[in-house]
Write a protein that binds this ligand. Structure first.
Ligand code: DC
Length: 259
């Protein structure tokens, strides 16, 4: 990551923490973390943008897709058939999942295993949509996500995933749909996955969006959700756009609740 997103954090983080502390001490705001909910399709940059925005704001970062991936990894590890919804549900009680929400200390764990890298493997990506389509699995994970959001020690949390603005945190004070044209999304993904051809990447991206969109509509902004279109923006500009939405929305909220 280069300069602008790197230079801003301290001042911005201090300002957000100070504003929250002041609002709380004056009884203007409840002592709850500010939830910033971000969703969008694959390749929109939501993970890296959300994490950088969290860092800039001094907030925690919650990657909900990592939970679906970790569960998929665990099922593969235990030899559970991910296409068998009943078997997936039966296995979930033993799913011992952990995730780091400090944007500077991101990790994903299952039991004793650090699966931060392993959950990105194609064999995991290949089954994750099967796992994500089971409604009871979604509810189970959503409860945990809400718990993480409510108890974060940070002044706020940027939570990212495909149904965050609509299902997991529909009441969040800041909700953003991060989009980009299909062409831009495919271009970015094929740069990340250097070993695969653009055509393969495009096909994989389209089929994952198609499978996932049967479960949640993440392509259209719900009421009250702000769209940030990153098609014409570079990484730092996208992070800055998200941070700008958060600061303007939260100061408006503070002003409104002030009277
Ligand atoms: O964002 P990602 O690629 O790491 O997400 C992995 C999978 O999990 C993807 O198929 C979408 C799904 N997912 C979901 O259904 N709901 C979420 N809140 C997050 C991810």
């Amino acid at each position: 990551m280069n300069a602008p997103a790197d230079q801003e954090p301290t001042a911005m983080a201090k300002a957000m923490a100070a504003a929250k502390a002041e609002a709380e001490s004056e009884g203007r705001a409840p002592a709850v973390p500010i939830v910033v909910a971000i969703d969008g399709p694959a390749g929109s940059g939501k993970s890296s943008v959300s994490r950088a925005a969290a860092r800039a704001l001094g907030f925690a970062y919650l990657d909900t897709g990592a939970a679906y991936r970790a569960l998929s990894w665990d099922l593969l590890d235990r030899g559970v058939d991910a296409s068998d919804s009943a078997a997936v549900l039966a296995a979930i009680d033993d799913f011992d999942f952990g995730i780091g929400t400090d944007p500077d200390d991101y990790w994903v764990g299952v039991g004793e295993a650090d699966v931060t890298e392993a959950i990105r493997e194609p064999r995991v990506t290949a089954v994750v949509s099967l796992v994500a389509r089971v409604p009871e699995v979604r509810e189970w994970l959503n409860d945990r996500f809400r718990g993480v959001m409510a108890t974060t020690p940070f002044p706020g949390i940027v939570a990212e995933g495909r149904d965050i603005t609509t299902v997991v945190a529909p009441g969040a004070p800041v909700r953003i749909l991060l989009t980009a044209s299909e062409e831009a999304r495919m271009g970015r993904r094929s740069k990340e996955l250097t070993g695969e051809s653009a055509a393969d990447v495009g096909q994989a991206l389209r089929s994952r969006d198609k499978a996932d969109s049967r479960v949640v509509d993440f392509m259209n902004a719900a009421d009250g959700v702000l769209t940030v279109d990153s098609t014409e923006l570079d990484f730092d500009q996208t992070v800055a756009a998200v941070v700008e939405v958060v600061t303007s929305r939260t100061s408006r909220t503070a002003r409104t609740s002030h009277g």
